[in-house]
Design a protein around this ligand. Structure first.
Ligand code: GLC
Length: 474
């Protein structure tokens, strides 16, 4: 089967969050299953772009409103990612440092989607499915079906995967002329609440819709940032497929970022060495349990609860714990987390920013990972933690619910709580502290979690089944 993935991010080329990890890994597994997989993303000015060789494979042009744009499709020459990898450059709009965050993001991503659709319409053959990710590619199914120039693509099945329904890419109706001439009878497909809503449009137009965990799929029917009714209405074509993790990139046995490689067999000794190094590097107390947080510092992840929860944990536990935080986001939270360094020197530290290498070292060296997320469509960090023998402490929501079982249950191995609140977090840190005081139990859990299989094998097969149902139905 031939599959074309369209996304704003793809690891290791360009990453802002979990979307990149998924789009960098799933296609690899699909390719290994015998499919022909292509991934196309906007051209961002990243290290990977400069470090690799590219060939131009297509040039084209389109009008967006009254502006004329030329675009170029380049392909990475050596198949470094394990699948065919393409970038779209659009003069004046793409080829920038950041993936998101510009005033003209709407124009940039609409133009990206037009360029991809235009390129696809010029292929001499058709792929079996077009798989679009999040709102940045959500208009593509509509364009394939209802823009007159792309009529030749109307019969190709499309699938939309929603990694996060909080972001929908809404734009005012005065931008409707950005799209190539479209069938005005289909206006309702673009609209949600009097705006053009690319995510909602994708849900309406794609042949199938998936979210990145079953629990999140169920939640969307009552909590979807305004799209609840749509998910209720379209539920027949929606399915939740849990993300996997790339078990080659995330492998304690071979990870070159960490000081000491280990497996579940020597987890106790292996984690000790990595913890010691991490604690030395960050002036932390090796004897005490080490709690980490890795991720974006935003409301969705309940990051603003970290400073008060850490303060309270230090108070109530008489500083018998360590915390190490890695992330960036809300400047106010960043500042608080930085300021706390001087208050709690010796058992607290933070690094503001994104650092893949340090993230690996933290998973390898920590005892517990905190994820108090308010919204977590899947969450990959808890799965990385499990694989690295770090016990996850999570709020039971979305994919966290599907991947972490509380230690109070017979088969449990993590710590779960219900409310995104300081009290629930501190209570869970207390529970973790009790567990830490029982080294035998800790090691038994570490061994168990390292052997949980969260790799892509199963999920890649589930996606394949969705594709097959669509291609059979054609
Ligand atoms: C988004 C979601 C996260 C998910 C990731 C990959 O970043 O917030 O929960 O794991 O996408 O699908």
């Amino acid at each position: 089967m031939e599959i074309l993935h369209v996304s704003a991010e793809c690891y290791p080329y360009a990453k802002a969050g979990g979307l990149a990890d998924v789009v960098g890994a799933l296609p690899k597994y699909q390719q290994d299953l015998g499919n022909t997989v292509k991934v196309v993303v906007p051209m961002h000015r990243t290290k990977f772009l400069y470090d690799n060789e590219w060939e131009t494979i297509h040039k084209g042009a389109f009008m967006m409103a009254s502006s004329f744009f030329e675009y170029t499709i380049i392909k990475e020459k050596k198949n470094k990612l394990g699948f065919d990898f393409y970038c779209v450059d659009i003069y004046g709009l793409l080829d920038r440092e950041k993936i998101y965050g510009y005033d003209d993001d709407t124009e940039r991503f609409v133009a990206f989607q037009i360029a991809v659709t235009d390129w696809l319409s010029k292929w001499e053959h058709r792929p079996d499915v077009v798989h679009v990710h999040d709102h940045h590619a959500g208009l593509i199914p509509f364009m394939m079906q209802h823009c007159y120039v792309y009529n030749n693509l109307a019969a190709i099945p499309t699938i939309l995967t929603i990694h996060n329904a909080q972001y929908q890419g809404c734009m005012d109706w005065n931008k409707s002329n950005f799209l190539p001439a479209w069938d005005k009878g289909q206006l309702g497909l673009l609209d949600w609440d009097n705006k053009i809503n690319p995510l909602a449009c994708g849900v309406k137009c794609a042949s199938a819709v998936t979210t990145v965990s079953p629990a999140y799929m169920a939640e969307l029917q009552y909590s979807a940032n305004g799209l609840e009714k749509l998910f209720e209405y379209e539920k027949e074509k929606c399915v939740g497929i849990l993300n996997g993790i790339d078990s080659v990139v995330w492998n304690t046995k071979t990870d070159t970022y960490i000081l000491s490689n280990f497996t579940s067999k020597d987890v106790e000794a292996g984690k000790k060495i990595n913890k010691k190094k991490l604690c030395d590097d960050f002036d932390l107390d090796y004897e005490k349990p080490l709690f980490i947080y890795i991720g974006r510092l935003v409301g969705e992840k309940a990051a603003e609860l970290l400073p008060p929860a850490i303060n309270k944990a230090f108070e109530t536990l008489d500083k018998k714990v360590n915390f190490l935080i890695l992330g960036s986001g809300d400047p106010a939270v960043e500042k608080q987390l930085e300021r706390m360094r001087s208050n709690y020197f010796g058992y607290y530290n933070s690094q503001i920013g994104y650092n893949e290498k340090l993230a690996h070292q933290m998973y390898a060296g920590a005892d517990f990972l905190l994820m108090p997320s308010r919204v977590e469509p899947c969450g990959l960090n808890q799965m990385y933690a499990l694989r690295y023998g770090t016990i996850p402490i999570v709020r039971s929501t979305g994919g966290l619910k599907d991947t972490v079982v509380d230690i109070s249950e017979p088969k449990g191995y993590g710590i779960c709580f219900n409310n995104a609140s300081v009290d629930d977090i501190v209570l869970s840190i207390n529970r973790a502290n009790d567990l830490f005081a029982d080294p035998k139990k800790m090691v038994a859990i570490q061994k168990k979690i390292m052997n949980i299989d969260n790799s892509w094998d199963k999920s890649a097969e589930e996606y394949f089944n969705v594709y097959q149902a669509l291609t059979n139905a054609k």
